[in-house]
Design a protein around this ligand. Structure first.
Ligand SMILES: Nc1ncnc2c1ncn2[C@@H]1O[C@H](COP(=O)(O)OP(=O)(O)OP(=O)(O)O)[C@@H](O)[C@H]1O
Ligand SMILES: [Mg+2]
Length: 212
């Protein structure tokens, strides 16, 4: 079976790319061999992996050298069932476009405010451009740091509905567990009861993506 290659991207900083990428990777690793590609020169996800104790079974992380994203994706896809690519918060360099050209799915984390949604317009354009060459590319918005899905403002609902990229029904709440997992070099799956609610919502994201 060919590998499923998933990028987590948004040129806006701090929307939850790395948080989502590392927890998705931990959940996918329970299903099959998973590789994380750290395409962000900040190296956040590599730092997280370096914190992991021996007992934490985390997927391997490769740091992607500048200009090597396509090649790393191809190589990783030959060796693993799932690939997660954590993207840098920029579209200024060729990196993210090269990644969008080489993956099956791009997930775009957005915080649930219209301002944050509007700030993500450039990644939406980049996805559209990528489809000229990568016609199969699927794209979904993932709402992150939700207080409550029901509390989404009407303007947010309207803004999401107008976006040409669909929003996953599964969203991610704002929870201390995500921060704890990052600090501890683990994932919400490794936090036991403390991470149970978070792990359930990450599972829902994974299931929705796998069915798409
Ligand atoms: N669902 C969440 N609940 C609580 N805290 C969160 C959640 N998602 C992200 N955070 C926190 O928000 C901050 C930014 O998240 P993260 O580093 O994942 O964003 P990013 O998009 O990767 O940032 P950058 O653009 O700098 O790469 C971090 O401190 C992270 O712990
Ligand atoms: Mg990041």
């Amino acid at each position: 079976m060919p590998a499923l290659r998933i990028a987590v991207a948004n040129q806006k900083g701090g929307t939850g790319k790395t948080t989502l990428a590392l927890n998705l990777a931990a959940g996918l690793q329970r299903r099959g061999s998973t590789l994380v590609l750290d395409a962000d020169p900040q190296g956040s996800i590599s730092q997280w992996a370096a914190l992991a104790g021996d007992g934490t079974r985390l997927p391997p992380v490769w740091a992607v050298p500048q200009g090597e994203a396509g090649r790393c994706i191809d190589r990783g896809a030959r060796e693993h069932r799932y690939l997660i690519v954590d993207c840098p918060p920029t579209l200024q360099t060729t990196g993210v476009r090269e990644i969008l050209a080489g993956v099956d799915v791009v997930l775009i984390p957005i915080q649930p405010s219209p301002l944050d949604l509007w700030a993500s317009a450039e990644i939406v354009t980049a996805v559209r451009d990528s489809r000229a060459a990568n016609q199969q590319l699927k794209a979904f918005v993932v709402l992150n740091q939700l207080d409550s899905r029901n509390a989404l403002s009407r303007s947010m609902h309207e803004a999401l509905a107008e976006l040409e990229i669909p929003t996953l029904a599964a969203g991610v709440a704002r929870r201390a567990a995500y921060r704890s997992a990052a600090v501890e070099g683990s994932s919400v799956y490794h936090l036991g009861q403390r991470g149970a609610a978070a792990a359930r919502e990450v599972e829902a994201v994974i299931e929705e993506v796998l069915k798409s």
